[in-house]
Design a protein around this ligand. Sequence first.
Ligand code: HEM
Length: 126
Amino acid sequence: MKHNEINMDGINALMEIFYEKIRADKSGLGEIFNARIGTDEPSWDKHKAKIASFWQGMLLGSGDYNGQPMKAHLELPPFKRKLFGAWLGLFEESLNIVFEPQIAEDILNKARGIAQRFEYMIFEAH
Ligand code: HEM
């Protein structure tokens, strides 16, 4: 059954599905992530837990995420701008597996807003 409300079960399920797609991705995204995070399970478990707490903060207003997402992305090695489209595509596919359409759409819109800010800072704000 798809989730029709946002809770940690749904957020954790989203992390599993999304990062499984990311790790297997061949468009260039997979390479960036695997180079930065590693390919072993403990490293990915740590990453998924961190990003789950990021979304917990964004979507539920709770949790203890206190990282600097913009900085983390500005420090990535150069990559093609179109990878933002690929990221959002995989995120949308994953959202649609986990959540009912209205919730999937709300979360996707939040992700699009953040992606736009990252993209702007990386590719335009020189
Ligand atoms: C092309 C698009 C993207 C790429 C290639 C990318 C790649 C990465 C990588 C490799 C990391 C790990 C950095 C590290 O641990 O050193 C990371 C961290 C992170 N990403 Fe992305 N990302 C993308 C888009 C996004 C978007 C759109 C969001 C949010 C909606 C997001 C949220 C995060 C967060 C919260 C972290 C953790 C930052 C921290 O506190 O360390 N990313 N990303």
